[in-house]
Design a protein around this ligand. Structure first.
Ligand code: ADE
Length: 218
């Protein structure tokens, strides 16, 4: 899967995409990450990509022309790619979305807005817009990394022999939450591992895990 990232800050991605599973996925040829620098599509000698909002208000908005030109450039590399826009105005991003994106036969083009947002007229070029939670971040780079991580780990071959992607949190549907897990030592700071997990009785262990699959209370 080719993942093209439209951003003003490609360096933000290097630590995340060049380590651990996301790096291994690229190393194994399962995924490739490519950057399209929005600045290259800016206007004038200063390659300006932003401007003030019509109607007034604080901050600057990304102009539509550089974004659309960068989408069209990315599409030339991968005509069938889905265009994803992280935005607080988008649909709440869930595991079911990650599964659908991972199962699609095409690559992804992810736009990372900055400043106070983007000109709404770019929406015509976007296939899916997603909000990763009810808080506001300074740009689309962190949401893009969240989306990439959640998709790439589901691609066949990324988690190797482990089947953890299949059994763990949210996998059956968006409501199922992972059960608590324990490893050695058997007793830590006076707290022991739940005895059922030491029995080797798979049916009882499965029942215990099912009954403990809920969110932690704050
Ligand atoms: N951009 C800024 N905040 C965001 C959020 N919570 N989700 C997606 N994109 C964003």
């Amino acid at each position: 899967m080719k993942i093209q990232i439209i951003t003003l800050f490609p360096d933000m991605f290097t630590g995340v995409l060049q380590n651990s599973m996301l790096w291994r996925a690229q190393d194994r040829g399962i995924v490739s990450y490519e950057y399209v620098n929005l600045r290259d599509f800016g206007k004038g000698p200063r390659r300006q990509v932003d401007d003030t909002p019509y109607g007034g208000g604080d901050g600057m908005l990304l102009r539509p022309e550089p974004i659309v030109a960068s989408i069209e450039t990315a599409k030339q590399n991968d005509p069938g790619a889905l265009v994803i826009l992280p935005t607080p105005r988008g649909e709440t991003y869930k595991q079911s979305h990650a599964k659908r994106l991972a199962a699609n036969n095409h690559g992804l083009i992810i736009i990372c807005p900055r400043y106070e947002g983007y000109d709404e007229r770019i929406i015509k070029w976007v296939d899916h817009s997603y909000c990763i939670g009810n808080y506001v971040l300074t740009g689309g780079e962190l949401p893009a990394m969240v989306i990439i991580d959640s998709v790439v780990r589901l691609l066949p071959g990324v988690l190797g022999g482990e089947n953890s992607a299949e059994i763990e949190s949210f996998q059956a549907d968006d409501q199922t939450i992972e059960f608590p897990q324990y490893t050695r030592p058997e007793t830590f700071e006076g707290e022991s591992v739940p005895p059922v997990l030491l029995t080797g009785n798979h049916a009882e262990i499965a029942a215990w895990r099912k009954s403990h699959s809920h969110k932690d209370q704050a």
